[in-house]
Design a protein around this ligand. Structure first.
Ligand code: LLP
Length: 402
C-alpha cells in the first residue's frame, strides 16, 4: 500500500499521485502483446501530459499521439524522437500545420478533404514534402459512452471509406504530400474485443486496395481506446487484441501503431482529497471534500464512476448512502454519487482511484481554484512533478485596464 497519509501531509490536498512503476508495467505488457510484428506505441498525450510522464514514456521507447501543436512541443520538450510523433485532430490551424511540417514529425493525420488541401498548400509554401495519414471512420459502434465514441458516422472524426480512397489517390499524386499511414480510432474505454476486430478488418481491407493501387502505406494506426477497470469492468485480453489486428492484416507488411492513453496511465493515478464537512438533510447525506469537478471532471461530465477509499476507516463501522461533493457552486459538482461510505470527520483522507488518465489534463480553474499538485512515485520514492498553482499564476495573464 502506498503511504497516502504521508504524501497528503507533505504536499497537501487536492493532490494527484502517479505510480510510474505501474506505467512501466503497462507499457511493457502492451508492447509485449505486439511483439510478433513491427510496432510503435504512441502514447496519447491528452490522457496525462505532465512532462515527467512523457519523459518517462519516451525513455521506455514510446512515441506520442498529439492533438495540438502544444502537445507536439510538449512531447519534443520531453525528449521524444520526432519520427515517433503523430499529429491528429479535426481542426488544426495553419500555424499548427506549418510548425508540424517544419518539425518533420512522423505524420500529420488528416481528418477531412479540405484539411488535406490546406496541408498541401502550406507544404508547398514551405517547399517541403510532408508525410500524412488519413483517419478513416469505419462506422463501427465501440459500445462505450456516447461522448467518447468516435468511430460512427454521426461522430465528427475522420472521413468515410469512399472519401478516404479519393484522398489517398490525390495525395499520392501530390508533390507535397506523402501518404504513409492509415488510421482509425473508434472510441475510448472500450471493454470488448469485437469492435476493434471489426474496425481492423474494414481498414485492413482498405489498405489492401491502396497497396494494390501502388500507394505505399507503411503504418497501420489502430488508435487507442483500450478500456480499464474502474469498478468491475472486465477488460480485453491484450494478446487477443493484437492477434486480431495481425489476422486482419494478414501478410501485409506494415508497422502497427497503437495510441494508448488511458490504458497506460489510468489505473496508476490517485486523487487525494480531504474531508471538510459532512451534512445531511431529510433526503441526502453529503461528504464535502476539498477536491472538486475542476480537479476531476469525469464524474460530472460522463457520470463516470471512480472507486474510492476512506483511509483508515473502521471496516466494521456502518456505511450509509451519500454523495462525495466538492466546494464548487454547481449541483453537478460531485466525485461520487449515491455510494455507501462510513461516517467521516474533518481531515479524513479519501483516495479517488483510477484518476491517472483525463484527470489533471481536464482540470480547470473554475471558481478561481488553483489546480492540484502532481507527484510521481518511482521505486516507491515521491517526486514533485508539478507545483500547486498560486493565485498569482492565475492572475498573471489578466490585464487591469481600469
Ligand atoms: N487516439 C486518438 C486519435 C484519440 O482521440 C484518443 C482519445 C486516443 C488515441 C486515446 O484514447 P484512450 O486510449 O485513452 O482511450 N476524456 C474522456 C476520454 C476522451 C478520449 C479522447 N480521445 C474520458 O475521460 O473518458
Amino acid at each position: 500500500m502506498l503511504n497516502f497519509q504521508e504524501l497528503s501531509q507533505k504536499y497537501d490536498t487536492p493532490l494527484y499521485v502517479y505510480n510510474f512503476d505501474e506505467i512501466d508495467k503497462n507499457y511493457n505488457s502492451l508492447k509485449q502483446a505486439f511483439r510478433a510484428r513491427k510496432s510503435i506505441l504512441c502514447y496519447a498525450v491528452k490522457a496525462n501530459s505532465n512532462l515527467s510522464v512523457l519523459k518517462y514514456l519516451a525513455k521506455l521507447g514510446s512515441g506520442f499521439d498529439c492533438v495540438s501543436i502544444g502537445e507536439v512541443k510538449r512531447a519534443l520538450t520531453a525528449g521524444a524522437q520526432k519520427y515517433k510523433i503523430i499529429f491528429s485532430g479535426v481542426g488544426k490551424k495553419d500555424n499548427e500545420i506549418k510548425e508540424a511540417i517544419e518539425k518533420d514529425i512522423l505524420m500529420l493525420n488528416l481528418e477531412s478533404e479540405e484539411e488535406m488541401y490546406r496541408v498541401e498548400m502550406i507544404a508547398k509554401e514551405l517547399k517541403l514534402q510532408t508525410r500524412i495519414s488519413i483517419r478513416v471512420n469505419p462506422n463501427i459502434d465501440p459500445k462505450t459512452h456516447p461522448y467518447i465514441s468516435t468511430g460512427l458516422s454521426e461522430n465528427k472524426f475522420g472521413v468515410d471509406i469512399k472519401s478516404a480512397k479519393k484522398m489517398y489517390l490525390y495525395a499520392n499524386n501530390s508533390k507535397y504530400l506523402n501518404p504513409v499511414g492509415i488510421h482509425f480510432h473508434i472510441g475510448s474505454q472500450i471493454t470488448q474485443t469485437l469492435p476493434f476486430k471489426e474496425a481492423s478488418i474494414v481498414i485492413a481491407d482498405l489498405l489492401k486496395g491502396l497497396k494494390a493501387a501502388n500507394i505505399d502505406i507503411k503504418f497501420f494506426d489502430v488508435g487507442g481506446g483500450i478500456g480499464i477497470t474502474y469498478k468491475d469492468e472486465k477488460t480485453i485480453s491484450l494478446y487477443e487484441y493484437a492477434q486480431n489486428i495481425f489476422e486482419a492484416l494478414g501478410n501485409q507488411d506494415v508497422t502497427v501503431v497503437c495510441e494508448p492513453g488511458r490504458f497506460l496511465v489510468g489505473n496508476c493515478g490517485y486523487l487525494l482529497t480531504k474531508v471538510l464537512y459532512e451534512k445531511k438533510n431529510e433526503k441526502k447525506r453529503f461528504v464535502i471534500v476539498d477536491a472538486a469537478m475542476n480537479d476531476l471532471l469525469r464524474p460530472s461530465l460522463y457520470g463516470a464512476y471512480h472507486d474510492f477509499e476512506l483511509l483508515g476507516a473502521n471496516e466494521s463501522a456502518e456505511k450509509s448512502l451519500a454523495d462525495i461533493v466538492g466546494p464548487i457552486c454547481e449541483s453537478g459538482d460531485f466525485l461520487a454519487k449515491d455510494i455507501y461510505i462510513q461516517e467521516t470527520k474533518h481531515d479524513d483522507l479519501i483516495i479517488i482511484k483510477s484518476a491517472g488518465a483525463y484527470g489533471f489534463t481536464m482540470s480547470s480553474n473554475y471558481n478561481t481554484r488553483t489546480r492540484a499538485v502532481e507527484v510521481a512515485l518511482i521505486n516507491k520514492e515521491d517526486r514533485l512533478i508539478r507545483k500547486r498553482e498560486t493565485l498569482e499564476d492565475l492572475l498573471a495573464l489578466e490585464i487591469d485596464f481600469i
